[in-house]
Design a protein around this ligand. Structure first.
Ligand SMILES: [Fe+2]
Length: 430
């Protein structure tokens, strides 16, 4: 069953437990999980100003006390009144259960709330909503392997046939596999590439500009604007919120001095490394090194352009762990943009360098590096929080266009092209 937002005066309700009630919740949680195996709906009643849910076949009442209930606007999905205007002693004055859920009228202003059974059932069994599940598939030297035996690719034409479905597939590939190609993108100008990226989300502006279309002329003070080899790294390590996605499209690669001027054999192979896979190898081979890289917080910076000095809001480790799941959340790795390793802390600079050397050695393994040749017409989009990129040196002139997209906007687009709206709201709001 899903929330019927349009049918409800109060589409959803946020319930907070008081501190004193948390103990009760923990005490009863296992009991509630056991009871949940039955399809039986609990009886709901007013108990000392709180809603109480009880099951007739339980040895004692499984109760969950809730306070500070509020409602959200059905159009904006925002809470539609000031929570703190509700008197602390607000109590249910009337409770009415039916097949759909429970209607409660509250004391004071006689406000009515409706709680669908699936909402109540979820919070009687669980503490909080969890994000949509993602089955991350690591890749190594052969790249991600789809059923077609090649990395995930979508055709440019598919976006005009069914934009939402195709963006859904593209963003889902990136979430699972770390990157995807879009083939047959026009190369006469950079505009089709820009418009295509905007189908995911708006392109992020940085001190380098927004959507870029450049040849390596060192117009901006960064090694990306040269033709030298670049080791595997993530971009924008110096932002509090590093770029979520990055896209490259090689529009042309020519060399007038070569025999045919076509740009063949001019180098410039592209490199991708699955940072999550590399980190899993590190954790297995050298758990101490993994721990050091996940705990030592480093300064990062961008200072190459006059008048610009960017650094994150605070130091960040190379491997960021999500405290709620214990899983690797984000890789931040660009040795060129790293500041001084801190001298004080639980791990010494010597320990950090030892761990980083091991990490660097894994990133350079043949089994981990995925090399390929970018070709005009093939747009690459990858997850910059997970996948490191690099390239070999090249000769001739390359024209590359691309851009960054914010992580939050990417995830929002992925959600809204892969899940029904009511399912998303349920997970995000509660
Ligand atoms: Fe880069």
């Amino acid at each position: 069953m899903s929330f019927k937002l349009s049918m409800l005066r109060c589409g959803q309700h946020i319930a907070r437990r008081t501190t004193g009630v948390r103990r009760n919740w923990q005490l009863y949680q296992s009991q509630i999980r056991m009871l949940a195996t039955a399809a039986e709906k609990p009886r709901v009643s007013n108990s000392s100003g709180h809603l109480e849910f009880s099951y007739h076949n339980a040895s004692g009442p499984a109760n969950l006390k809730r306070t500070s209930l509020s409602c959200v606007h059905q159009d904006t999905a925002q809470r539609n009144f000031n929570t703190f205007d509700i008197p602390e002693d607000t109590q249910p004055s009337r409770i009415e259960a039916n097949d759909e859920g429970v209607k409660v009228q509250w004391s004071g202003d006689a406000h009515e709330s409706f709680y669908p059974w699936d909402f109540l059932d979820f919070y009687l069994k669980s503490d909080k909503r969890v994000p949509e599940p993602v089955e991350v598939e690591y890749f190594g030297a052969r790249g991600p392997q789809t059923s077609q035996g090649r990395p995930p690719s979508l055709a440019y034409g598919d976006f005009s046939t069914n934009e939402t479905e195709t963006v859904g597939r593209l963003t889902d590939h990136i979430r699972r596999n770390g990157f995807a190609f879009i083939t047959e993108v026009p190369v006469d100008s950079a505009e089709p590439t820009e418009k295509l990226l905007e189908k995911i989300a708006f392109i992020r502006e940085t001190h380098y500009g927004g959507f870029y279309d450049f040849i390596p002329d060192l117009a901006l003070a960064d090694t990306a604007y040269t033709n030298i080899a670049l080791g595997a790294h993530t971009d924008t390590t110096y932002f509090t919120d590093p770029a979520g996605l990055q896209a490259f499209h090689l529009l042309s690669h020519t060399d007038k001095s070569s025999e045919n001027g076509s740009g063949a054999n001019l180098g410039g192979q592209s490199l991708l490394v699955d940072g999550f896979y590399a980190a899993s190898v590190l954790q297995k081979e050298d758990p101490k090194a993994f721990e050091v890289l996940s705990r030592v917080k480093l300064p990062w910076h961008a200072s190459g352009n006059k008048g610009i000095t960017i650094s994150p809001d605070k130091p960040y480790p190379v491997l960021e762990i999500d405290e709620s799941t214990g899983k690797l959340h984000r890789v931040r790795w660009n040795n060129d943009d790293r500041g001084v390793v801190p001298f004080s802390g639980e791990h010494s600079p010597e320990e950090w360098y030892k761990a980083a050397r091991k990490w660097n050695e894994i990133l350079r393994r043949e089994s981990v590096e995925y090399w390929f040749q970018l070709k005009p017409g093939n747009l690459l989009v990858f997850d910059n929080w997970r996948v490191l990129h690099g390239r070999s040196a090249f000769t001739g002139v390359r024209r590359i266009c691309g851009g960054y997209i914010n992580r939050d906007d990417f995830i929002s687009r992925w959600r809204n092209t892969n899940y029904p709206r009511d399912e998303i709201l349920k997970r995000i709001i509660g």
